[in-house]
Design a binder for this molecule. Structure first.
Ligand SMILES: [Zn+2]
Length: 280
C-alpha cells in the first residue's frame, strides 16, 4: 500500500474519532440550564467548581496542589480559559495550594477572600499576582450577596465584623456562604470550628441548606449537633484525601450525620462528586 493509501485508511478515521470525542466532551461540559456543583477530587483539601445555568463559573478553594488543574480540566471546555469568580475560604494550604496555578492558566475576573491578613507565603505570592494582573478583590462581607444571574444567588454569611474581632484562628474566619438556585441550596463552611459555628448561628444567618459541604473535612472539631440541625441538609459531602493522616472524617461526625438522616458522600471514596440542580 502506498503512503497516501495508508493515510486515508488509518489517519483520517483516527482524526475523525478524535474530533468526535472532543465534540462529545465539549457537549458534556456545556451550560445546560442547570446549576452544576462539582466537589473536585483534590486529595486532602477543598475545591468546588460551580457552573451556573448560562455558564458562569465559580471556583471555591483550590485544594492543596496541582490536582486542582486536572479536576478543572475535566469540567471545563477545552477552549475555556476563564473563571468568573475565585473564592478562597481561608489561607490554609489545603485550600489555596493550587491558587497560583489557577492564575497562571486561567483569566480570573474577580477574587473573594476573608479580610484576614494571613502571613502565608503562598497567599502573599497570590495577592501579589492579583495586584500585578489587576484582578479586583472582594473582601467577604456578610451584608452583601452576589447575584450570579439565572436566579443563582451567593449569600456571604461569615465572617462578620464581630467575628473578625473575636476569632484568631484562620479556620474560624473561613468564608461561609450559601448558594441558592430555585429549590436547591448548598452551604460551604470552609474549616469553621464549633465555636464559630455557634457564633454564626447566633448572628442570625440563615444556614438552611439541602446540601452541606461538611466543615473542616469532617474533623471532630466541627459539625456540632446544633449546627447540623440548623442546616438540616439531606446530603453531606465530605472533601478529604484517601487514608489521610488526620483521620478525616472523624467517626463521631459520620455518626452524627447518619443519626440526623443525612446521606453522606466522600470524595476520598468516590472521587469528584457532582450535584446537578433542576431546571428553573
Ligand atoms: Zn482544610
Amino acid at each position: 500500500m502506498d503512503t497516501a493509501g495508508s493515510l486515508r485508511r488509518f489517519l483520517l478515521p483516527a482524526l475523525l474519532l478524535c474530533a468526535c470525542l472532543l465534540l462529545w466532551r465539549e457537549y458534556a461540559v456545556a451550560p445546560d440550564g442547570r446549576l452544576h456543583t462539582v466537589f473536585l477530587d483534590v486529595g486532602q483539601g477543598d475545591a468546588a467548581f460551580l457552573q451556573t445555568p448560562s455558564g458562569r463559573q465559580i471556583l471555591i478553594d483550590c485544594g492543596p496542589d496541582t490536582a486542582l488543574l486536572q479536576g478543572l480540566g475535566k469540567r471545563m471546555s477545552f477552549f475555556d480559559r476563564s473563571i468568573d469568580l475565585l473564592i478562597l475560604s481561608h489561607a490554609d494550604l489545603d485550600h489555596i495550594g493550587g491558587c497560583i496555578d489557577v492564575l497562571r492558566r486561567y483569566t480570573v475576573t474577580s477574587v473573594l477572600f476573608p479580610a484576614v491578613d494571613a502571613d502565608v507565603p503562598r497567599f502573599r505570592e497570590f495577592t501579589a499576582m492579583l495586584t500585578q494582573q489587576r484582578i479586583p478583590v472582594l473582601l467577604a462581607n456578610p451584608a452583601q450577596h452576589i447575584d450570579l444571574g439565572d436566579g443563582v444567588l451567593l449569600d456571604i454569611l461569615w465572617p462578620t465584623d464581630d467575628a473578625l474581632a473575636r476569632f484568631d484562628d484562620r479556620n474560624d474566619l473561613s468564608v461561609t456562604l450559601r448558594v441558592t438556585h430555585g429549590e436547591t441550596s448548598i452551604l460551604f463552611t470552609g474549616d469553621l470550628g464549633e465555636a464559630a459555628e455557634s457564633a454564626l448561628l447566633a448572628s442570625g444567618a440563615d444556614v438552611r441548606a439541602d446540601i452541606l459541604k461538611v466543615g473542616h473535612h469532617g474533623s471532630s472539631t466541627s459539625s456540632s449537633t446544633g449546627f447540623l440541625l440548623a442546616v438540616g441538609a439531606d446530603l453531606a459531602v465530605i472533601s478529604a484525601g484517601r487514608d489521610n493522616s488526620f483521620g478525616h472524617p472523624h467517626p463521631s461526625v459520620v455518626q452524627r450525620l447518619q443519626i440526623l438522616g443525612m446521606a453522606i458522600r466522600n470524595t476520598a471514596e468516590e472521587g469528584a462528586i457532582e450535584v446537578i440542580g433542576s431546571r428553573e
